[in-house]
Design a protein around this ligand. Sequence first.
Ligand code: COA
Length: 407
Amino acid sequence: MAITIRTIEDSELAAWLAALQVPFFGDGDTERQAEIRRGHIDLARCQAAFDRGTICGTFRSWATELTLPGGVLLPASAITAVSVLPTHRRQGLLHRMMTADLAASAARGEPLAILIASEYPIYGRYGFGRAADHVRLDIDARGARFVRPGSGSVELVDRAVVRELAPGLHDRMRRSQVGSITRSDLWWDMVLGLVEAPFPPARGTRHVLHRDAEGRPQGYLRYHVEETWADRVSTSTLVVDELLALTDEAYARLWRYACEVDWIATVKAEDRSPDEALPWLLEDARAVRQHHRSDFLWVRVLDPVAVLAARRYTATGRVVLEIADPLGYASGRFELEGGPEGAACQRTTAPAGLRLDAQALGAVSLGGVSLRTLAQAGHVEALEPGALATADAMLHTPVAPWCSTWF
Ligand SMILES: CC(C)(COP(=O)(O)OP(=O)(O)OC[C@H]1O[C@@H](n2cnc3c(N)ncnc32)[C@H](O)[C@@H]1OP(=O)(O)O)[C@@H](O)C(=O)NCCC(=O)NCCS
């Protein structure tokens, strides 16, 4: 019997969550999780694949806002909870759910779709490009002497205070941080352990609030410690779960707090920006080691005119892009004229300067990767002399985009 794909009813939410747990290796109480999520999930954007009435695939998207270069906020569809049971894999179910969801997004007028890929090769075929990376930093806490110590006060607070203040801090931060998205109330409740979550916070999580000289909150640190000893010497690691700072002073002060906790040998921070200022705050920048850099946010442009006209550009210029998109949404030839103050984009029949596919367009949409790099790797083709240099100077941004929100 054919497998059907449709959006789910409220009564199917627990079964949907139970199906999702299998490929994600979860084992939570899905009735309870359904209760928590009820009202927070838009069921009209929550698909399931059914095999004889049993759910064998899940897929969800939700409406968010993505920050583009220049601090421009654009509506985006955030895709999550993509899963297919091991018994039903590689039968085209992801393909069916993805194409249905992208079509619905395009029909709603969402110019972009975004996701985090569990495995690199899955989503390029759907026009998603690697747009913002994460790095993991390991800091030798005992060797970290701060030449810029930061100012303001730090205080240990309980999670109720963080729950009250951190969403506002994040909302201010994400409006200027390219690659950021919105966070829902449920996101905060889950991350802080106020409701049951598939990935609960670590035991012994601590929260530190930073205030400036006027007493205004300007950042917070959430961390836990993995305590280990060798020969009666502590080799413990402080794990930074989140460090969010609105000012340079708060940034320095919170990192210094993390490095100065007694017994800590190493501070480990995952999911950080590739452009972290931390090493430059230290007398010896080699105390900070970047252990890992990988893709995090993938972007799929559904409406090139809306996206290219909205974002700002590092240099002023004009270029005609020929975009190939197997799914059709971004296909065509587009004339882009823009600079730091604004841009215009329209379809054109003028000769193209560059040829690229939808995946490459997604990758450069936030400015995080150079068109030259993509051209070197064969993902972009220069058709006119000078076009690559012009477009690269326009699209590539001096500071890397960063999304600090798992979804
Ligand atoms: C990833 C997952 C959802 C794919 O579902 P699926 O129904 O097997 O995928 P499809 O059969 O629709 O595959 C569509 C295409 O993507 C390819 N593909 C799917 N998963 C892939 C993977 N992990 N790596 C490489 N290619 C993959 C398929 O080979 C197929 O290629 P084709 O069009 O050239 O034939 C499923 O394997 C899964 O649940 N994995 C574990 C959970 C997970 O990683 N979810 C994604 C979270 S971001």
